[in-house]
Structures are given as structure tokens and as C-alpha cells.
Ligand binder design. Sequence first.
Ligand SMILES: [Zn+2]
Length: 340
Amino acid sequence: MVMKAWRIKENGISLDKMDTQEVLDSCVKIKIAYASVTLTDRLIAQGKLKCEYPLIPGRNAVGMVVETGINVKNCTRGDMVALKPLSSCGECAKCLDSKNVQCENTLAFGITEAGFLSDFSVVSSDNIIKLPERVNSEDAIFIDCIDIAIEAISKMGLEKGEYLAICGADDLGIIMAQAAMYYQIVPILIDMDPSFLQIAGDLGVYYTINSGEEDTKKQVFALTGGKMAHAVAYMSESNYPFNSSLEYVKNGGSIAICGLSDTLKELNVPIGQVHARGLSIFGILESNKNILSAINMLASKTIIIDALIGERIDFNDVDKELKKEILQGSTYLKTLVRMP
Ligand SMILES: [Zn+2]
């Protein structure tokens, strides 16, 4: 059978017809319903992130199971499923010890492996997760963001009632604020664009600071009763200035850099200040550990997605979206791709 897939090559992007992969015993074939175009996809398409060509882009997708291998037990034909953006090698010491989430050679769909911007996709049944009926299929495109948000909150070691300053009100920042509230942590969402702060405010995020208009450090000081935030989550794909975020955290606090690192190349961190104040800085790039919790947060409406989808485009227009110039703030909301 023939499938259609967008492929990035050295000389451009094209919509190609190709044979579908064979559905092996432990694999499932998915008819993709929704996918998204992310910053990663655009960086790859524009030659700013290295990969092997040709590559099918697309890290996030949701679809319907249309065929299952004979060993597949976790889904049946007709199920709606989300595809996980990461997979494990199955061969390293961690994988052989059944600790696949700690795999030493993580495989990333749309980067090291074929992604999901195609009408059909064949993946191992380990790489899908069945969606409860209560979860809106479009929303499940965001499970990796929710997964990263949960991971960051856990790594920052926050306790109930503590303050988390979130620098950057992009999709991940707004999701993190919602996840923080679920854990009874108090988010303070900071950005220079009032429209994204408004989206968060409408979702119940009580403390937002417009850095373009307010003295942010002073505001954080006032909101926290002079203690400053226990931790800062910095959204690397937002355009918030990183060094400012150091000012909002208490001495001995931690700063989690969440998202891709490609946007951080030009960063000059005042390491003397980091050292003197006993700050911990660490990165959260990927997780894959909290996918089930992420689905549950969508099912329970703990995380509301609607306003975080920027544009909805047709599958046939993916190339135009991939080629779009990456301007400041242009990746604050996700672009959803509807399959034919
Ligand atoms: Zn492995």
C-alpha cells in the first residue's frame, strides 16, 4: 500500500508517495488524524538542526489504529491513540534492565527516526498510548509539553505553597503554570507579551507579570513576601531574556531550562553570580516518563489546551509552514495539522 509523507531532503521539502512499512508482529499501523509543526521541525527544514536526509518531520501526532500485529495487546482497530515523541533502543544496559525511559540511545521521531507528518505511520505498540474518550484528540498533540512540564516541576523539588516563576508564556509555559496549580504550587507567569499572559489569566493563572511594563523583580519580591521564587522555569523557545530570570529566584534556588537548546547558543550566563548565590541550573529537554499522567491531566481538564493552538493548517500546506521564517514569538502557540 502507498502512503503520502512530507520529506525533508538536502535540496528541499516535498510530499512523496512511498510504500508503507510492513506491520510486524509487535507493531501497529496508524492513520494519522492530527499532527503539529514544531520549532524542531522548522529548524530541521531550514537546515539549522542537523539530521540525516531524507527525513519525515513531525514529533507529535494522534491517530486511529487501522492494523495491529499479532502480538499487540494494548490497542485494537479503531482506537484513537497518541504517538510518543521518543522511543528507546531496546539494546543498551538500561533497556535490557527494563528501564527504557533511561535509555542511553534515545530515539526521537522526526529527528533521528521518521516522524509523523504522513497520512499513515507504522510504529511499535510500545510507542502509542490509547486515548480515553474524554480526551479531545487535538489536545493530545500536547502530551510531550505536559510530560516536560511535570518532569521540570518534579526535578525542581517544589513543595506545596512554594512559588514558581515561569519565564516565557509560550504553550509550554502556560501548560507548566496549569500543572503547577494542580500540585498546589503557586505559578508566577512572566512575559513581555500581554496577549499570552491574558490567555493564561483566562485559564486561572492568578499571578502574571508583564515585564515590558512592570519592574518584574520588584513584583516577584512583593508577591512572594520578599522571599523571591523558590525556582524558575525558563522556557527556552520563548524570547524571554535568560539572565533576567536569575533575578527572580531566591538564593540556593533552582532554574530549569525547559525546551530546545538551539535557541540558547548566544547565551552569556553570569556564572560568578550563579556560584555566589548557590543557584542550580539544569536542562529539561525531553522526558517521556510522564505520558500517562499527561493523558490523565487532559482527561480531568487539569490542563486546558484550546487557546494554545495558534493555527490549524491542511496537510497539503505543511511545506509552507516549515519554511516560515522563525521570528520572535512566532512559536508561542502550536500549529496543528489536519490530515485529509
Ligand atoms: Zn536503550
